[in-house]
Each structure stands twice: as structure tokens, then as C-alpha cells.
Design a protein around this ligand. Sequence first.
Ligand code: ADP
Length: 401
Amino acid sequence: MKLLVINAGSSSLKYQLYDMTDESVLAKGLVERIGMDSSILTHKPTGKEEVTEVSEILEHTTAIRKVLEKLTDKEHGVLASVNEIQAVGHRVVHGGEAFKGSALVTPEVKAEIRRLFDLAPLHNPPAIMGINASEANMPGVPNVVAFDTAFHQTMDEKVYLYPIPRVLYKKHRVRRYGAHGTSHQYVSRVAAEYLNRPIEDLKIITCHIGNGASLTAVKGGVSVDTSMGLTPLEGLMMGTRSGDLDPTVVTFVMNKEELSISEVNSMLNKHSGLLAISGSSSDMRDITDGWEAGKPNETLAFEMYEYRLRKYIGSYAAAMNGVDVIVFTAGVGENSAIVREKTCENLSYLGVELDKELNKIRSGEPRRISTPNSKVEVLVIPTNEELMIARDTLHIVQESK
Ligand code: ADP
């Protein structure tokens, strides 16, 4: 079965076409600047040259039509006909409390995603645009939605509630939802497979650290705690997000600096984290370079980032009464040997022992970076959210037949 996986943003649309007989990627690509003057489509068929096309793409329906044209193009295509695509999987950021797993798209499911616009005003509307565009271009082809929040729906009430007046939960569903669920679920499963141990027996801490970053405590295969909250702002220090702070900072700064709600939101989401402390960059590569060169601001940014990450790992070991496996994934987690080394250095009380040489090797494959003596297995596992969505899509479409 051939499946298309779509990740629609407000002005972008990423896609991957899978052949699920062997889970191979036939083509992938990206449409950028949708709705702007010159949109860019980058299409990469597996084993062939990448092609780039600049044209006017005003909305998502046209974007998907262009993608389908490329997928069936004589020269750059990988399909004889669009009819070969038997299902489409969509990434949706917020599933609220309604979705505890991926779901087949129905009018009711779309209505529920719309109801959640309030909780994810920037992210859920483009997902609906992606679904509508796919229905318009491929009538009769089933669509499946996979939610970033769904994996964390197993969290206990004591974990997901904030200690604030309960009426706010009842009225507005103010609670912790988490994010990156597809990635945390994927890497925790791969970790168990790699170690050849039943996931039901394992306490795993998954560290998804990219531009956005979150940690999850996965016990027996389910999420018991995760560091992001009502929105992706809670938790770790990130590229441009602050992560945890005293909520009074918000009202105090709004008052002193006469900031509006959108200004303070922008400050905390786009102008904080590594960027704010270093004053130079949100990219961990630049921070590490600055730290190695002895630059004080980058050094402080690096130390704060690592300290906060390590504190969260410790708290999740406490939450699960132990930890068997720590997984590093996403941009920083997969690529930054120094972040992994420094973080693990001060986890010796948990019995973590890193093999510094193994830690430096890059392979793009799941691998162990702890020593045989380490009480905790430390793994690097490349995440693959698209594959996880493709697997869910296949499963749900087959079940619904
Ligand atoms: P996103 O959250 O946008 O999906 P990614 O998971 O792709 O992000 O992570 C992107 C981040 O990964 C970059 O901003 C950069 O900080 C970091 N990164 C990528 N390569 C390296 C590297 N070699 N060393 C350190 N950090 C890296």
C-alpha cells in the first residue's frame, strides 16, 4: 500500500510518500511560502535528483495538486497515477482530550479538531487546510490524523492538572497536554526493540531535543509525564522558548514594560531560551562553538540549557522510581555529542556511565552510547515521526475496512 504523509503548517506543507510493503520512502519534499508571492516546491524522489520549482501557490489545495503533479511527473515522478495513493496521514498538533490515538477522518473528527482551534490557534487551522486539500485532490481516499498530544493522554490527573482553581479546567480545559508525542512514542518503541526487551518492563526517559524540546517519562510503554504543558512553552529551555519560569514573571514584565498579551507571548516563544541568553543564536551548533571558544554568553547559555535538561532527567527518574533507559533524539539529541556528554556527566548518581568514544560516532542508526557497566542504557535513536504516522495510517485504514 502506498501512503502519503502530510505535515501542513500555515505557509508550508511537508510530504513523504511511503511504500508500506517495506516502509520505504519513494519521495519527499516541501512546499514553502504558500500564500506569498513566490512559493517554492522542493521535490526529492528517492534515488533521483532533487528538483525545485518556484510558482504562485495561494493555498493548500493548490500546493497538494502541485505535489501530486510532481509525484506523477514523467521525469521526476515515482507513481504512474495518483490512484496508487491509497491513504493519507496528517500530522495534527493538538488533539485535546478527545483523541487518545490516531483517528480516521470523519466530519465529526474534523469538527472536533476545529473545536480545538482555541488551544492551538497557530497549528490546528493549517491541519484542517491540509485535510480539506487532500480530500479535494483525492476524493474517496481515506485520511487519518495523528496528534502530537495523543501519546500523553495516558498521564494521570495528578500529573496533568495544574494546582490552580479547578473551574479553569472545567470551563476552559486548562491542563497539561504535552507535545512531540509521535516522536516520544516512536523512539521509546525503537529503544525496546533495540534492547530486545519488552517495553512493558522498561522505565524510559525520552529526550526529544531539537529547536523545540521536551522530555517524556515512558513507563511500561505509556507516557506518565512530559515536560510540555498547555502549550509547548513549559519545560526545558529551548532554542527560542524560555521553558519553565515563575508565572509572576509574565505579569511583572507586562506591567513594567507595558507589554500586550501578544508581545509577551512573542517574547517567551520567539525571543527567549538560547537566543536570549547567548544574544547571538538559537542554534545549538553556534552555542557550542561559542562555548568552545570561551565566549561568556554562549557558555552561560550552554550551561543553563544542560543544567535544566539534567534537572528534568533527574525529576523523571524520581517520577518513575528509577530509569532503565535514556534516549536522546531530534536535532540536538541526535547530533550534539557534547550536550549528551555534559548531561550524562552529572547523572553518575543514577549509575549512568557514558562511553565517550561511542558517543562521538555518528551513524544515523539507533545505537548505544553507554558502557557495559552503566546501570542505565543510554541510546541515540533518530526520530521518524512521518514513519510513525504512516504506520498508524496503515493500521487504521486496514482496521476500518
Ligand atoms: P525542530 O524542532 O525544528 O524539528 P530539529 O529537531 O530539526 O528541530 O532540530 C534543529 C536543531 O538541532 C537546530 O536548531 C540545532 O540547534 C540542532 N542541531 C542540528 N545539528 C546539530 C549539531 N551537529 N550539533 C548541535 N546541534 C545541532
